[in-house]
Design a protein around this ligand. Structure first.
Ligand SMILES: C[S@@+](CC[C@H](N)C(=O)[O-])C[C@H]1O[C@@H](n2cnc3c(N)ncnc32)[C@H](O)[C@@H]1O
Length: 282
């Protein structure tokens, strides 16, 4: 990775994404260390892989819309991305304060009828908290936000930094199980591989949680055990809540690093809605 980027500090993904790891990236990076191969299995916004220094890096994401967005933000020429945001906003007159809401919902309808990746990015620059949310049919349904993107220079520089940080990353659009087997196949005889899992968290709210339940979680834990026994490294971000004591028991077999300061590390008594963020690694 470019030394200039490393000196500049942490990289923020141009995509504002629910559950992204930007806030804890420094601590996470320190805990993950550097291996020959780093695999961001549940890549989301790309925040984690963009900040890692491994020689070989993988970004994986199952949701095709999110995957396409990150691939485009990483590989499409920065000027055409910024230009597409500008043209989209002007076309729908999204800076018109009086008609902003009405114009935004027209733009959203337009996107849902053609699903062009860079239009989704432009829409996200205008949505509530800049989030991308979808309904069960896969239609974008984030409500209108207060402002649109006006500082194209700042946007350009953010995308440029992200692109430099993502340079050389391998992109995959697979279910996590297939991804793990594919990475092992592609890196035959290499054991210095870290599989980093940041799956949807059970019992928390995010649009990508819909297709993730107890059974997916169980399979993921079994996969971690298998990776451990086979000599690979794994690390998993997750949360401890009052309702996942079995998971907490499982985690005790490995190293648990506490990220949240919801409660004292030695005190396992969580109140009803409290949760604390953890990293579990072998
Ligand atoms: C907690 S988010 C990851 C956030 C990411 N670490 C970041 O910093 O932006 C979990 C991601 O896993 C993806 N996902 C859900 N099920 C998956 C699966 N079976 N295989 C791969 N990715 C999946 C979701 O679409 C979502 O983007």
């Amino acid at each position: 990775m470019n030394l200039e980027i490393i000196m500049r500090g942490k990289i923020r993904s141009p995509l504002t994404y629910e559950g992204n790891k930007y806030k804890v990236i420094d601590k996470l990076k320190k805990e993950l260390g550097t291996q020959k191969v780093f695999v961001d299995v549940f890549g989301g916004s790309g925040t984690v892989v963009a900040n890692m220094d491994s020689e070989i890096r993988y970004y994986n994401e199952l949701d095709k819309k999110v995957y396409d967005l990150i691939e485009n933000l990483s590989l499409t020429h920065v000027l055409s991305i910024v230009e597409s945001v500008r043209v989209f906003q002007e076309h729908f007159d999204l800076n018109n304060e009086l008609k902003r809401k009405e114009n935004y919902y027209r733009a959203r309808y337009f996107y849902n009828n053609n699903k062009k990746t860079l239009n989704l990015f432009a829409l996200s620059k205008n949505s509530f908290s800049n989030y991308i949310r979808f309904n069960s049919k896969g239609d974008f349904n984030s409500p209108c936000g207060k402002i649109s993107c006006k500082d194209y220079k700042a946007l350009r520089s953010k995308i440029k930094d992200f692109q430099e940080a993502m340079s050389g990353v391998n992109f995959k659009n697979l279910d996590y199980l297939n991804l793990v087997y594919e990475v092992i196949r592609e890196n035959k005889n290499e054991k210095d591989i870290l599989f980093y899992f940041d799956p949807p968290y059970l019992g928390t709210v995010a649009t990508y949680n819909n297709a993730w339940g107890e059974s997916e979680n169980k399979t993921l834990l079994a996969l971690c055990e298998l990776l451990d026994k086979s000599g690979y490294k794994f690390a998993m971000s997750n949360v401890f809540t009052k309702n996942n004591l079995v998971f907490q028991e499982w985690a005790k077999k490995y190293n648990i690093i506490f990220f949240g300061n919801v409660y004292n590390n030695c005190n396992y008594q969580l109140k009803d809605k409290e949760k604390t963020e953890v990293l579990i690694k072998n």
